[in-house]
Design a protein around this ligand. Structure first.
Ligand SMILES: Cc1cc2nc3c(=O)[nH]c(=O)nc-3n(C[C@H](O)[C@H](O)[C@H](O)COP(=O)(O)O)c2cc1C
Length: 156
């Protein structure tokens, strides 16, 4: 695997952050959070997340402003919201699309165990091919999580 990469993540309740930190530990890549500027708390926040994901919205973010120019691999980590690219990640991808050309993009998702095949199609239709995709259900234990992450990284 290339030595030079970065981890970029979005999270609502912290699971994606844990996975991003695990990748950071395994690779030494810096991890940066895309700040979600839409309130997603409570029932209405949850519903809004689902609607905006399905409607393919690009919603306001706080951009972590990480340097991408010297990076060969970009590992994205997001929760699954209705089988979709989450809106804050979409905003980030759109605003950095030019800089991301020619880099390996991989996607790791946290979910409640639902399928990810639709997300792969959705991502690749809207953006570009993924070098790797893996999913880890929230209730996966630590050793299983580590082995999925290691296999995911080894495939890059
Ligand atoms: C609006 C919304 C839709 C979701 N849809 C799915 C889904 O289709 N399949 C699934 O397995 N989990 C789904 N989830 C659960 C999240 O993917 C899961 O809780 C994830 O681990 C949360 O990550 P986070 O803590 O980083 O926000 C959904 C969550 C939200 C808020």
């Amino acid at each position: 695997m290339e030595k030079n990469g970065v981890v970029v993540f979005v999270t609502r309740t912290g699971h994606a952050r844990q996975l991003a930190e695990l990748i950071q530990k395994e690779t030494g890549f810096p991890a940066a959070e895309i700040g979600d500027r839409v309130s997603r708390k409570g029932f209405f926040g949850y519903m809004k997340a689902g609607f905006q994901a399905v409607a393919k919205k690009a919603t306001p973010i706080t951009d972590p402003a990480i340097s991408l120019s010297d990076k060969k691999i970009v590992i994205l980590v997001q929760p699954i919201w209705a089988s979709s690219v989450v809106p804050p990640l979409r905003t980030w991808l759109q605003s950095h699309a030019n800089e991301l050309q020619g880099k390996k993009t991989a996607l790791l998702v946290t979910n409640k165990g639902g399928p990810v095949d639709k997300l792969k199609i959705a991502f690749e239709t809207e953006f570009w091919p993924l070098a790797a995709l893996a999913s880890i259900s929230e209730n996966t234990d630590e050793s299983e999580r580590l082995s999925i992450v290691r296999a995911f990284l080894a495939s890059l």
